[in-house]
Design a protein around this ligand. Structure first.
Ligand code: 5GP
Ligand code: MN
Length: 341
C-alpha cells in the first residue's frame, strides 16, 4: 500500500530534521487531531522538537487528548504560529490533501521552502508535499499514520498516549467501526493499538458521552424542528442560523455528528447540514451507498472529501445556501441515476 522507497525517504527526512511542525486541517476533527497528536508523541519519543499548529480551534470533546493543550491555534496566536513555522525544518500535513484546507494559513505555508510531508486518506490529492503518503482506502489518517510508524520500525515509540490519539481518529472516522471499516487491516491496526494498554471504553466515553446539556438541547432542536425530508431523492437536510447557535450556547464541536442522524431514517441515504458560522455557511454532507457527496459538494459548495462524507462552504445567506441545495440536489441526483445505468 505504501512503497518502501517512500518509507526510506521519509525515515531519512525525519532523522535529519529537528524542528517538526504538524498541521491538521481547518476545524480539526478526531482524525485530524488524533493523527497530529499521535505523531507528536512518537516524534517527541525520537527526541525531536515538535509543535502542532492548527488553522483553527479544535473541539472541546478532544481536549482530554494528551498534548492538545500545547497545540497552537493560528486564529488566536498568529505571531507565535509564524515564528514556529520560521524555525521549522520539516512540515507534516495530516488528514487533508489540498492547501485550501488550511484556510488563512495557506499563503504562509506555501511560501515556506522547507521539506513537506503529507499523510492523508482523502481521494484526489493535490501535489502539496515532497513526500505524499496518500491512501484513500485507509479508514482514517490515524490508521494510516500508525501503519506508517510501524513501517518505519518505530512501533516502540508509540506510547499509550500516542495510541489513544491514533485510536480516537479510527473510532471517529468510522463511527466506532460501523462504516469505512470493512478492511481487515483496520482491525490489525486497532489490535496493535489495544496492545499499548489503552482504555478504549474510556475513549468512547470521553468522545461520545461527554456532551454538555446545551449540546443535547441543540440536537433536540435540530432534529425536532429543523429536519426536512426530500423523499424523491431519499435525502434530508437541516440548518442552524447564527442566532440559533447563540441561543443554545454553541461551543466548537457541538454540531459534530448532527449530519449523520437523518441517515438513521429508513429510506434516507443522503443527508446535509448547514450552519452559519463566522459569516459563512459551513456545509456537511453524508451518504450511504454510491452517491458521491464529495462530487456534489465540489460542484456546488466549493468543497470535497470522501464519497460518503464531505464538507464545503457557501458565502450565500443561509436561506439561499439551503435553497441552492434544494435546487441542485434533485438535478445531481437525476444525473447520478442516469450515470449508474
Ligand atoms: P465534516 O462534514 O465532518 O466537516 O467533513 C466531512 C469530510 O469532508 C471530512 O473528511 C473532511 O476532511 C472533508 N471536508 C470538510 N469540509 C471540507 C471542505 O471545505 N473542503 C474539502 N475539500 N473537504 C472538506
Ligand atoms: Mn479523516
Amino acid at each position: 500500500m505504501i512503497d518502501s522507497f517512500k518509507t526510506d525517504e521519509l525515515k531519512k527526512l525525519i532523522e535529519l530534521s529537528q524542528n517538526i511542525v504538524i498541521v491538521p486541517h481547518l476545524n480539526p476533527d478526531g482524525d485530524a487531531m488524533g493523527s497530529s497528536l499521535g505523531l507528536l508523541h512518537v516524534l517527541e519519543g525520537l527526541k525531536k522538537q515538535v509543535q502542532v499548529v492548527s488553522p483553527s480551534a479544535y473541539p472541546k470533546f478532544l481536549s482530554w487528548m494528551k498534548g492538545s493543550g500545547g497545540a497552537i491555534n493560528y486564529e488566536e496566536e498568529k505571531s507565535k504560529a509564524e515564528e514556529t513555522f520560521r524555525k521549522a525544518d520539516l512540515l507534516i500535513f495530516v488528514d487533508f490533501n489540498s492547501l485550501k484546507r488550511v484556510g488563512e494559513m495557506q499563503e504562509l505555508i506555501a511560501s515556506l521552502s522547507i521539506k513537506k510531508v503529507m499523510i492523508d486518506h482523502h481521494p484526489y490529492p493535490e501535489n502539496i508535499a515532497d513526500i505524499m503518503i496518500s491512501v484513500p482506502e485507509s479508514s482514517s489518517t490515524c490508521e494510516l499514520a500508525y501503519h506508517v510508524i510501524n513501517q518505519l520500525g518505530w512501533n516502540e515509540y508509540v506510547s499509550a498516549d500516542a495510541a489513544e490519539c491514533f485510536y480516537t481518529g479510527i473510532m471517529t472516522d468510522t463511527g466506532s467501526l460501523s462504516y469505512n471499516s470493512s478492511n481487515p487491516e483496520t482491525y490489525r491496526m486497532v489490535a496493535g493499538l489495544l496492545e499499548k494498554d489503552i482504555d478504549k471504553d474510556k475513549i468512547h466515553q470521553l468522545v461520545f458521552h461527554s456532551n454538555s446539556f446545551s449540546r443535547m438541547k441543540l440536537l433536540g432542536h435540530v432534529l425536532g424542528q429543523k429536519m426536512i425530508l426530500m423523499e424523491d431523492q431519499g435525502a434530508a437536510y437541516m440548518c442552524l442560523s447564527a442566532e440559533e447557535l447563540t441561543e443554545f450556547g454553541f461551543q466548537p464541536g457541538d454540531t459534530e455528528g448532527f449530519v449523520n442522524y437523518p441517515l438513521g431514517i429508513e429510506g434516507i441515504n443522503i443527508s446535509a447540514f448547514f450552519m452559519e458560522k463566522d459569516g459563512i455557511i459551513k456545509c456537511s454532507f453524508r451518504s450511504r451507498g454510491d452517491f458521491p457527496v464529495n462530487k456534489f459538494s465540489e460542484m456546488n459548495f466549493s468543497g470535497g472529501g470522501h464519497r460518503n462524507a464531505a464538507g464545503g462552504m457557501s458565502e450565500l445567506p443561509l436561506v439561499e445556501a439551503v435553497q441552492k441545495y434544494k435546487n441542485e440536489l434533485p438535478k445531481f441526483y437525476q444525473k447520478y441515476l442516469k450515470d449508474a445505468l
